[in-house]
Design a protein around this ligand. Sequence first.
Ligand code: IMP
Ligand code: MG
Length: 183
Amino acid sequence: MPTTFEHEGRLGERALKAVVFSADEIAARVRAVAAEITEAYGPTEDLLVLGLLKGSFIFLADLVRHIHLPLQVDFIVAASYGNQRVSSGAVELLYDPGAAVKDRAVLLVEDIVDSGTTLERLIPLLEERGPKSLDVCALLHKRLTKLNREPRWVGFDAPPAFLVGYGLDYSEHYRHLPYIGSL
Ligand code: IMP
Ligand code: MG
């Protein structure tokens, strides 16, 4: 965890208000969630871990390395945000996974649940493809609304701030930060 924010400028770390979750806190929580996932599925399940890009790329990379089961990884790209800090509500599928979903245990990995629109639109699309099971693992959840289907696993309940780092962006910036900060 940085003791000072070192990078200057409008999009540097000094523009951040605070560290919300440190790299160490995240690492410990990711291991705990991965252990629960390992327990929940078991080694005979045909597990497909589907990362929602781009925000989940770091979380997914850390998570799957602590899931001790046979599994496959693929990605899905759904754009909902553009450059604004406020959700537009529209979800567009820009990349569809090559991996078949039918009859498989699918674990959808999301960076953060904000309004929940992305998940509420994506889940029915994936359900149509006949997975054996479909569960969501979200790193962060703002708990702003009650969803029809809540994520089965949540890393942290998030404060109602705009968060960046560990995959989360503001206008494509800050994804590389090893911690999660507020803007
Ligand atoms: P929702 O559809 O409103 O739940 O928004 C989900 C998506 O919006 C996430 O996958 C993020 O890409 C983005 N998002 C929502 N809140 C934040 C935030 O605090 N920081 C960065 N991205 C966010
Ligand atoms: Mg985003």
